[in-house]
Design a protein around this ligand. Structure first.
Ligand SMILES: [Zn+2]
Length: 87
C-alpha cells in the first residue's frame, strides 16, 4: 500500500496554476491578485499575492510537504483543534 495521496504529475514540466482572486492590492492598488502555494523558510503557505508588486494579502499554513500529501498526514491528531485537522 502506498502512503501517497497525491497523483504524480504526468506533464514533463508541471506548471503551478494561479487562481485569480477578485480585489485590489492594499499596497499598490493593482487588480492583479492570485491565490497559489509558496514554499518559504517557514514551510508551505497558501497565499494571495499581488502579481504586480508581490505584496501578500493573505498567507496561511498549507500542507506540510506542499503538493505531496501522505495518508499519514490525513490522520487527525487528538490535540489538533477541529479547524486545524489536516485534510
Ligand atoms: Zn500590489
Amino acid at each position: 500500500m502506498s502512503n501517497f495521496v497525491y497523483q504524480r504529475p504526468e506533464d514533463l514540466y508541471p506548471v503551478q496554476q494561479k487562481e485569480p482572486v477578485a480585489g485590489v492590492c492594499s499596497a499598490c492598488g493593482a487588480e492583479e491578485l492570485a491565490r497559489y502555494p509558496v514554499l518559504s523558510e517557514g514551510g508551505w503557505f497558501m497565499v494571495v499575492k499581488c502579481q504586480v508588486c508581490l505584496h501578500s494579502e493573505s498567507r496561511e499554513k498549507w500542507n506540510r510537504l506542499g503538493h505531496i500529501v501522505l495518508h499519514t498526514d490525513t490522520i487527525p491528531h487528538h490535540d489538533d483543534p477541529p479547524e486545524r485537522t489536516p485534510r
